[in-house]
Ligand binder design. Structure first.
Ligand SMILES: Cc1cc2nc3c(=O)[nH]c(=O)nc-3n(C[C@H](O)[C@H](O)[C@H](O)COP(=O)(O)O)c2cc1C
Length: 202
């Protein structure tokens, strides 16, 4: 059993997603591989390399080889994990650009998912995902939330069936309260006394 923890908040201190994702992985008590997309952002990818990494791979330049190797490494980190912990601050109603770049690298047809007549099927072995979404005020699960809903969609797309949301909304108010409520959600989830779903979702 191991956990892949992805942090993406640009705030290195006082970040609600960072504090809660750390609290969660410590509570899970399993070996953790951490990737920090703010402190170690993925290198920019050229238009040609993006197409080639997701295409026929006829291109063979060195930057392409580096991007392909990085994509393979990120996918392997997922393959080796049972549980994914995503810390996602809402930026302009969506996810940070650094997290989108990670998603573009890990979603590869024939590698992390495949298309079938019944629709896309995930090819990774990750069992569960915790999506920790922090906002200033936008309610999680609202029509304006293109962050947690999108991340849930991507997790399902790559085959993760068991998805749990941690609501860290409302940092415009009291950060202490957001953290306390987030920790309470995690405690209740891990003790089996609660199951959190987004409003309006199954
Ligand atoms: C560039 C940027 C855009 C933001 N956009 C939104 C937004 O659309 N809705 C919202 O409620 N909060 C927004 N916020 C506030 C953050 O979501 C909030 O501060 C959250 O706590 C950040 O996560 P963190 O505490 O892990 O850093 C934005 C913050 C930044 C820096």
């Amino acid at each position: 059993m191991s956990v892949l923890q992805i942090n993406s908040s640009a705030r290195l201190k006082g970040s609600n997603t960072r504090i809660l994702s750390q609290y969660l992985v410590e509570a899970l008590g399993q070996p953790v591989v951490s990737r920090d997309l703010a402190q170690q952002p993925l290198p920019p990818i050229s238009a040609a390399d993006l197409i080639d990494v997701h295409g026929s791979a006829e291109h063979s330049g060195s930057s392409f080889q580096q991007q392909l190797a990085l994509s393979n490494q990120l996918i392997n980190e997922l393959k080796e994990a049972d549980t994914l912990v995503l810390g996602a601050p809402m930026y302009n109603f969506a996810i940070p650009a650094t997290l989108k770049q990670w998603i573009d690298a890990i979603c590869r047809a024939g590698v992390s998912f495949k298309y079938t007549e019944q629709g896309p099927v995930g090819l990774l072995g990750v069992q569960g995902a915790y999506i920790i979404t922090a906002t200033g005020g936008t309610p999680i699960g609202s029509e304006m939330d293109f962050c947690s809903r999108y991340l849930e969609h991507i997790c399902r797309f790559i085959g993760i069936k068991d998805i749990t949301h941690i609501d860290a909304s409302g940092s415009k108010g009291s950060a202490e309260q957001v953290i306390a409520q987030g920790k309470q959600q995690i405690d209740e989830l891990l003790s089996g006394s609660s199951s959190v779903t987004l409003p309006g979702t199954a």
